[in-house]
Design a protein around this ligand. Structure first.
Ligand code: TYC
Length: 109
């Protein structure tokens, strides 16, 4: 915003204090997308999911996959509701098509 625009946005009240108005904006709620461990989904498949759907580097994807394998759950990313919902659906669809029991969920951040 330019200086001129900022000045245009000032409102001098009776008190002499300047207040500013802004267009009403609301930060969207964010959701964590989680991957759950199971005993059957191949490690390589999980890495491919993390690279292909969550845009991780192969190195980061391997790290997340191992964390899930060792602890039972891990985070793929944090997204707005619709993006998180789409990613969960993409994972569940890929797992179903490949007949792997991989589970993916989302929860409010
Ligand atoms: N535990 C699986 C195996 O040993 C690997 C795996 C990792 C599965 C992460 C799911 O979300 C998962 N093949």
């Amino acid at each position: 915003m330019t200086k001129r625009n900022q000045e245009d946005n000032d409102h001098f009240e009776e008190s002499g204090l300047a207040t500013k108005t802004r267009p009403a904006t609301k930060k969207p709620s964010l959701y964590r997308v989680l991957l759950l461990n199971d005993d059957y989904t191949p490690m390589e498949f999980v890495v491919e999911i993390l690279v292909g759907i969550f845009r991780k580097s192969p190195e980061d994807a391997a790290g997340v996959m191992l964390h899930v394998h060792q602890t039972g759950v891990g985070m793929c990313g944090v997204y707005t509701y619709e993006v998180a919902e789409t990613k969960v659906a993409q994972v569940m669809d890929a797992a179903r098509r490949s007949q792997h029991p991989l589970q993916c969920t989302m929860e409010k951040d």
